[in-house]
Design a protein around this ligand. Structure first.
Ligand SMILES: NC(=O)c1ccc[n+]([C@@H]2O[C@H](COP(=O)([O-])OP(=O)(O)OC[C@H]3O[C@@H](n4cnc5c(N)ncnc54)[C@H](OP(=O)(O)O)[C@@H]3O)[C@@H](O)[C@H]2O)c1
Length: 274
């Protein structure tokens, strides 16, 4: 659709100018994504999803499957393979901004889908099939939506110098470094303390929040939504936040109940705030 006119002066792209069907399908999925984020927030606030420290007997979500394989399928298949298919098969715009966004997404999801599952030190070898299915559906949904966006949107020629583009990328990489650092540090805890035990993570950003890996990833997708300046990016950020906000709170409470010497000033997710 053509977005010329005074109201749209601040929009740095053209999207699906030639196809009303494509336009309305995309924004219909955006609306659905918003609904999914709201439902997720409500469900996750009530009870943490039963994996990791919250995997308790009697909360079964179907049969169990190997955890490493499950995460590779849920994040690698949908976050990388499906994303690439939509980008190249549905999208038709091939400019630098589109490729920069493709690279950002892949930097995150190649790690999440193919490296993390095979290097993480999980306490349990298996995970409920329901957890994997509950991850596959949203990642397919939002990966498809964002791949459609970044494969189709025609960004302004000078978007390269736009503060939104530069700030968004800076936030994305800051979040990426925090997320990687935190996951590596958690992995190192298991190396020093035994295969399946939990200890209090200490040092660096762990002194400020219980779940810096979630905080880092939230920052990544916030940066993504700013850089792409898109509703597809915004609903993905909202969906991730709807997972991280309640789960970080549950994890924080679990630490407080499990360790007497857990630092009281530490927050759950956002330094000094939450
Ligand atoms: N985009 C999204 O919506 C989304 C949703 C969820 C997660 N993620 C990302 O996926 C990654 C993993 O998420 P997660 O929920 O599994 O994170 P997590 O609960 O922090 O666990 C990460 C890894 O560290 C281990 N671990 C956690 N706390 C520990 C401690 N105190 N002592 C020793 N080991 C500890 C866990 O073992 P156990 O498995 O045995 O607990 C797991 O192997 C994160 O980077 C997160 O950002 C993304």
């Amino acid at each position: 659709m053509n977005n010329s006119g005074p109201l749209f002066r601040w929009i740095p792209w053209q999207f699906a100018e030639d196809s009303k069907a494509h336009f309305w399908t995309h924004y219909g999925l955006v609306a659905g994504g918003f609904l999914l984020a709201v439902i997720t927030l409500i469900v996750q606030c009530r009870d943490p999803a039963p994996y990791g420290r919250h995997d308790k007997d009697g909360k079964a979500w179907g049969p169990k499957i190997p955890q490493r394989l499950g995460h590779t399928i849920s994040d690698g298949l949908s976050g990388v393979i499906f994303f690439l298919l939509i980008f190249f098969l549905v999208g038709e715009t091939r400019k630098y901004a589109n490729y920069v966004f493709l690279a950002l997404w892949l930097v995150h999801y190649i790690h999440r889908g193919f490296i993390t599952p095979w290097t993480a030190k999980y306490s349990r070898p298996d995970v409920y099939l329901g957890i994997i299915l509950g991850n596959i559906f949203p990642v397919f949904y939002f990966a498809g939506l964002n791949a459609d966006w970044i494969g189709t949107a025609r960004y302004d020629e000078n978007y390269y110098y736009d503060p939104r583009f530069l700030l968004g990328i800076l936030l994305f990489f800051t979040g990426y470094v925090i997320n990687r650092y935190a996951d590596m540090k958690l992995r190192a805890l298991r190396e020093s303390s035994g295969q399946s035990s939990y200890t209090i993570p200490r040092g660096g950003i762990f002194e400020l929040v219980a779940c810096p890996n979630y905080f880092g990833e939230m920052l990544e997708w916030f940066g993504w939504s700013i850089a792409t300046w898109s509703l597809a990016g915004l609903v993905w950020f909202l969906f991730c936040s709807a997972t991280f906000l309640p789960r970080a709170k549950h994890n924080h409470k679990w630490y407080q109940e499990s360790f007497e010497d857990y630092p009281q000033e530490r927050k759950a997710l956002i330094p000094f705030l939450y």
